[in-house]
Design a protein around this ligand. Structure first.
Ligand code: PGA
Length: 254
């Protein structure tokens, strides 16, 4: 099945609003020099930059996403952002990133509530799953990932593959410069992630959901990951803050 590649930049807690606009302008300029179409480009800046980037990109195909959200639409939740607020500016939202799981104690149940809410509000969740080094060494990577998918996606009411994206991000490969082997990632998606998606959503929808790889993707290694048949794109952290590197990763997907 043909799935349009998605290259997503997760800017994490980097860049002021002014710096974010500068980087987005460089990316816009660079993208106009690449062949149009064939790859979807997504930026996930800090919340404070969303409004400005939305204005900047209004007539451009670059998509915007949040890095997290609360499951409720509004309420007394100091410091949180609701799906309604994100939906003003964004098409996507990253959920269950390993930094949220490890540093902010998010559970599969929390992530599931968020995913259900995101879909209800027309946002496409990018659900992140992945094993720690200890889990991989214990031979439990597949079990952990399958369980994260089943728990995170229960009762998430999607009807089309375009309503959900999965990002497989081995925790030990994030921000470390170590990457998983492209063939191993390809195999893990084919043997574990795709069957879980088909089980949850049925054959046509499950086959159409894009599965990204994330973890130390850079300009040098992107092409080998993106040439794997089961890898439909990349969730890029560190390298997405460098316009040349990010543009090279986008080119690798073309
Ligand atoms: P990295 O981060 O590319 O810096 O490893 C990826 C991510 O956390 O999504």
């Amino acid at each position: 099945m043909k799935r349009t590649p998605l290259i997503a930049g997760n800017w994490k807690m980097h860049l002021t609003e002014a710096q974010a606009v500068t980087l987005a302008r460089k990316l816009l300029w660079g993208l106009t020099r690449l062949p149009a179409g064939g790859v979807e480009v997504l930026l996930c800046p800090p919340f404070t930059a969303l409004s400005s980037l939305h204005k900047l990109l209004i007539s451009d195909p670059i998509r915007l996403g949040g890095q997290n959200m609360h499951a409720s639409t509004q309420g007394a939740f100091t410091g949180e952002i609701s799906p309604l607020m994100l939906a003003e500016f964004c098409q996507y939202v990253i959920l269950g990133h390993s930094e949220r799981r490890a540093l902010f104690q998010e559970t599969d149940e929390d992530i599931n509530l968020k995913a259900r809410s995101a879909v209800q509000h027309g946002l496409v969740p990018i659900l992140c799953v992945g094993e720690t080094l200890a889990e991989r060494q214990a031979g439990r990577a597949e079990t952990i990932i399958y369980a994260q998918l089943m728990a995170g996606l229960q009762q998430v009411g999607i009807h089309r593959g375009s309503q959900l994206v999965i990002a497989y991000e081995p925790v030990w490969a994030i921000g470390t410069g170590q990457t998983a082997t492209p063939e191993v990632v390809n195999q893990l998606i084919a043997a574990t992630i795709r069957p879980a998606l088909v089980r949850l959503f049925g054959e046509p929808v499950g086959q159409a959901i894009r599965v990204l790889y994330g973890g130390s993707v850079n300009a040098g290694n992107a092409v080998v990951f993106l040439s794997q048949p089961e890898i439909d794109g990349a969730l890029v952290g560190g390298a997405s803050l460098d316009s040349d590197a990010f543009l090279a990763i986008v080119s690798a997907a073309l």
